[in-house]
Design a protein around this ligand. Structure first.
Ligand code: PLP
Length: 370
């Protein structure tokens, strides 16, 4: 292993030393006063980042657990849902709903495009039976950010529920849970939050809680009403990942000091730098439309004649830079550079320099003028 790995995958993301240190805190009673103070402090801070007055419930699970909780807490088997998918995570959200017996209507896009809110409007107008819309805010598999606010407006006008996978966006890209009218909003600790994997955060609107009263999908571990009822006591229904809470507390403190606007601006800068950098090496972005290019992850088309796995191995073994490959049908076709959470100019500069050196080693000819 190299001394300092530049972890440029879209999660888990690098964790600051003070967060790692906080996680070595001795165990505490998870039904005691210290933990109660910790969870309530963290939950309050999360509300600010979610831009919501609703409780943010904290589950000991990865993001997928949060998505599963979203589905099973507001829907019943047989409910019709519109699953908007622009990539692998959109498909996953649909698969969860399908697994629990929802009748899934797919609105699929090419894996490089953003969803069009007008398509959502038409789909809802054509089918009054659709109860809920599932949508991914930032599609990590393609590096595309959906126009969530516009989609939310359409869903609100049609008076359906909106379930949002904000796993790789919330905290890094603007998202306003209450103002935009999102009903269930889900994210995960290992993305923009500078914390390790292990926690999912879920906010439910009043409409979502109303739906919860009649939602019949089976649930036990992820029964959100239990989480809501115990939060005022500073507890979770089951034993939580206590160490990750200690780390998150410090990470949120650091994020609050930087401030949301500055965090968003830093992500926009890092993303811009990444996109320009890879293009100046003659590479093509998967997302051709700058308006929807993600500020947390950039997907780059692998040039002809270059094997993604070979490129990733050289980057990691010789330059200490770890990038992600493509998922599902994009496997072998793209590589992805994560720029969310703890990321500064130097990290991106080093990534681009490593790419410039590694690409010729795996058979790529760099453009003469760059
Ligand atoms: N949704 C999106 C957009 C993601 O990026 C991820 C993780 O990469 C997930 C869902 C799933 O999260 P997890 O791997 O934490 O279960």
């Amino acid at each position: 292993m190299s001394e300092r790995v530049n972890l440029r995958i879209p999660g888990p993301t690098p964790v600051p030393p003070e967060v790692l240190e906080a996680m070595s805190h001795p165990m505490v009673n998870h039904r005691g006063r210290e933990f109660a103070g910790l969870i309530q402090r963290v939950a309050e801070r999360l509300k600010e980042f979610f831009c919501t007055n609703s409780d943010v419930l904290i589950l000991s699970a990865s993001g997928t657990g949060g998505l599963e909780a979203a589905v099973v807490n507001v829907l019943s088997p047989g409910d019709r849902v519109l699953a908007v998918s622009i990539g692998a995570f959109g498909d996953r959200f649909a698969a969860i709903a399908d697994t629990y017996g929802a009748e899934v209507k797919a609105l699929n896009y090419e894996w490089c495009q953003a969803a069009d809110p007008e398509d959502v409007r038409r789909a809802l107008a054509d089918d009054a039976q659709i109860r809920a819309v599932l949508v991914t805010h930032n599609e990590t598999s393609t590096g595309v950010t959906n126009p969530l606010q516009d989609i939310a407006r359409v869903v609100r006008e049609a008076e359906r529920l909106l379930l949002v996978d904000a796993v790789s966006s919330l905290s890094s890209i603007p998202l306003e849970t209450d103002a935009w009218g999102l009903d269930v909003t889900v994210t995960g600790s290992q993305k923009g939050w500078m914390a390790p994997p292990g926690l999912a955060f879920v906010a439910m609107s009043e409409r979502a809680w109303k739906a919860n009263e009649n939602a019949k999908m089976p649930r036990f571990y992820f029964d959100l009403a239990r989480y809501r009822d115990l939060l005022p006591k500073g507890q979770t229904p089951w034993t939580p990942t206590v160490s990750v809470f200690f780390g998150l507390d410090v990470a949120l403190e650091r994020m609050a000091e930087e401030g949301m606007e500055r965090i968003f601006a830093r992500h926009a800068r890092m993303a811009q730098m990444t996109r320009q950098g890879v293009q100046s090496l003659g590479l093509e972005l998967l997302c051709a439309d700058e308006r929807f290019a993600s500020n947390t992850v950039t997907a780059v088309k692998c040039p002809d004649g270059v094997e993604v796995s070979a490129l990733r191995n050289v980057l990691e073994d010789e330059y200490g830079v770890v990038v992600a490959g493509g998922q599902a049908k994009l496997s072998g076709k793209i590589f992805r550079i994560g720029h969310l959470g703890l990321v500064e100019e130097e990290d991106i500069k080093q990534t681009l320099q490593a790419l410039e050196k590694a690409l010729p080693q795996v058979g790529y000819t760099l453009p003469a003028y760059r």
